[in-house]
Design a protein around this ligand. Structure first.
Ligand code: FES
Length: 155
C-alpha cells in the first residue's frame, strides 16, 4: 500500500468513524468522501463497505443510484445548458444536442449538465461555463466553447 493509499484509507476510516453513530450513515459518508476527493473511487467503495460491514455491491448500489454521487473524477470544466422553456423556444434544443454530443467524447474536458433556468431568459439560449453566464448561444458557439476548453478548436 503506497503512502497516498494509506492516507486515503485513514481519511476514509476517519470519515466513517465520524458518521457511524448516525442512523443510516452510508449517504453522509459517501457525500463527505466525494466532497474531499471529487468522486467516490472503487477503492473507497471497498473501504466504506469493510468499515460498515456491508458488501461492496450494497455500497456501489447506493453510489450508482444517486445521480449526485460520482464514480469518476470530475472534468476540469462545467458547462450548464439551460433546458427551460424560454431557452428551448429560442433554439436551446440544438445547443443542448451539440453540447451533449461533444461531451460524449472521452477526451472532452467539459462536463455538460442540463439546468432549468439560469436567470438569463431574455438572452436565451443561455449557458453557464464555470460560473460565467453567457447568452444568445448557438450550436456553433457551444462547439467552439467546448473545443477551446478541451484544448482544441471546433471543427
Ligand atoms: S429559461 Fe433559460 S435562462 Fe431562463
Amino acid at each position: 500500500m503506497s503512502k497516498d493509499e494509506t492516507g486515503d484509507a485513514l481519511e476514509i476510516e476517519s470519515i466513517c468513524a465520524r458518521h457511524e453513530q448516525r442512523e443510516g450513515p452510508l449517504l453522509a459518508i459517501l457525500h463527505e468522501v466525494q466532497e474531499g476527493h471529487g468522486y467516490i473511487s472503487n477503492e473507497a467503495v471497498g473501504r466504506i463497505a469493510h468499515y460498515l460491514n456491508l458488501t461492496r455491491a450494497e455500497v456501489y448500489g447506493v453510489v450508482t443510484f444517486y445521480p449526485d454521487l460520482r464514480e469518476e473524477p470530475p472534468r476540469p470544466h462545467m458547462l450548464k445548458v439551460c433546458r427551460a422553456e424560454a431557452c428551448q423556444a429560442a433554439g436551446g434544443r440544438e445547443v443542448w444536442a451539440t453540447a451533449e454530443a461533444m461531451a460524449a467524447d472521452p477526451d472532452c474536458q467539459v462536463e455538460v449538465e442540463p439546468v432549468y433556468c439560469l436567470g438569463n431568459c431574455p438572452c436565451g439560449p443561455a449557458v453557464q461555463m464555470d460560473e460565467r453566464t453567457l447568452g444568445r448561444f448557438t450550436p456553433e458557439k457551444v462547439s467552439a466553447l467546448i473545443a477551446g476548453a478541451s484544448g482544441g478548436s471546433s471543427s
